[in-house]
Ligand binder design. Sequence first.
Ligand SMILES: Nc1ncnc2c1ncn2[C@@H]1O[C@H](COP(=O)(O)OP(=O)(O)OP(=O)(O)O)[C@@H](O)[C@H]1O
Ligand SMILES: [Mg+2]
Length: 126
Amino acid sequence: MLVTLQGDLGAGKTTLVRAVLKALGVTGRIKSPTYPLLETYNVSSLYLYHFDFYRIKGPLELEDAGFRECFAGPGLCFVEWPERAAGWLPAPDVTLTLRVEDAGRTLLAASGSDLGKECLERTFNA
Ligand SMILES: Nc1ncnc2c1ncn2[C@@H]1O[C@H](COP(=O)(O)OP(=O)(O)OP(=O)(O)O)[C@@H](O)[C@H]1O
Ligand SMILES: [Mg+2]
């Protein structure tokens, strides 16, 4: 499953992913993947990938790093700055867009697949 996060620098993308990872059972410090581009977590049999593509130079860098297989497997991928990998990234199941609103944030959540739709329905209609 692929969840992309859009929004300006400091919009709260990493903060949101951090909260989701914690809720899924990730313990310990959750770092921003700003420099390594990817942080990987494992909870039970679930693989979680947190990417930040802000600093990538192009799709070749993503291919060379072997990131393709993260998206091909059964794991859950979060991608900050998906616009930087447009044309390379598969279609997202869920797109989250954050906007700074005074001291808080506004979240727009959209599904791009049946899986994403089910995920959002379970999250927001619970
Ligand atoms: N929902 C929120 N309400 C208030 N403050 C928030 C919220 N989410 C994040 N912040 C604050 O905004 C700052 C930036 O957050 P964060 O690092 O998550 O942004 P980001 O979108 O990942 O930025 P970047 O594009 O640089 O990766 C942090 O200081 C964080 O505490
Ligand atoms: Mg971030």
